[in-house]
Design a protein around this ligand. Structure first.
Ligand code: ZN
Length: 233
């Protein structure tokens, strides 16, 4: 065991770090300096705790960072990101983030944020294999199948991909709403809304898909759940 550790230490010592790595540490140092110039108590206050009003479920794409896109500061947005902003009901990571955000942090808004030019959505429209990710992207192929009549009628491939980005956001908003976490929260409070956004990388602007939801009543009969107390009788 100690031999393995020693080898790791030796390997670390031999690391050749290019500028893209060292730039991060320089950037951090500059950021800390800037923040302290603005407010000498900044980190002291940041360390006290968080009370964000928003949960962001976005794409892992490096071009769509939640705080930058919305002009918010650290502490204001709780964030979950994965490839192509997919909400899968068996994803313990997503469920844990959603449960903590809704039931402990008591966020008032859950935003599913997709973006045009999404590589995950584009890959899901094709047949090429990329690896394990293909199993994840299959959820988006399901979205395509649900809306294949509309999508197949769009001849321009770019326009069709853009529409699938929008429809994927729409379906993932529904998936958030279908969770027991959101439905149980709606039984107790009326200040929790779920929204769908698409970010346009060419302009930076957000398109609100206007599919905001704060009630289980339009999920469809089979998805709407009784309260646990009612179901027990
Ligand atoms: Zn993406």
């Amino acid at each position: 065991m100690s031999t393995i550790n020693n080898n790791n230490q030796n390997n670390n010592l031999k690391l050749v770090t290019d500028d893209s790595y060292t730039a991060l540490l320089r950037g951090n140092s500059q950021w800390v300096d800037l923040k302290l110039q603005e407010d000498s108590e900044y980190f002291h206050n940041l360390a006290k705790g968080q009370s964000p009003k928003v949960l962001w479920i976005g794409c892992a794409d490096s071009r769509v960072p939640a705080n930058e896109v919305t002009g918010t500061k650290p502490g204001e947005v709780f964030v979950h990101r994965n490839i192509a902003n997919v909400v899968v009901h068996t994803d313990m990571n997503m469920l844990s983030v959603l449960d903590y955000a809704v039931n402990v942090l008591k966020v008032k808004h859950v935003i599913v944020a997709g973006h045009y030019g999404c590589g995950g959505v584009a890959a899901a429209m094709g047949n090429k294999q990329f690896g394990v990710i293909d199993n994840w992207l299959r959820h988006i192929k399901d979205v395509y199948r649900l809306h294949s009549k509309e999508l197949d009628a769009i001849e321009d491939i770019q326009a069709r991909t853009n529409r699938l980005v929008e429809l994927n956001v729409s379906e993932q908003v529904y998936n958030v709403c279908k969770t027991t976490i959101i439905q149980n929260a709606w039984m107790e409070r009326h200040d929790l809304e779920v929204h769908g956004w698409v970010i346009d990388l060419n302009t930076g602007l957000v398109k609100d898909m206007k599919i905001s939801n704060s009630s289980p009543h339009n999920l469809g009969y089979v998805y709407e759940l009784d309260s646990v107390a009612v179901a027990a009788h």
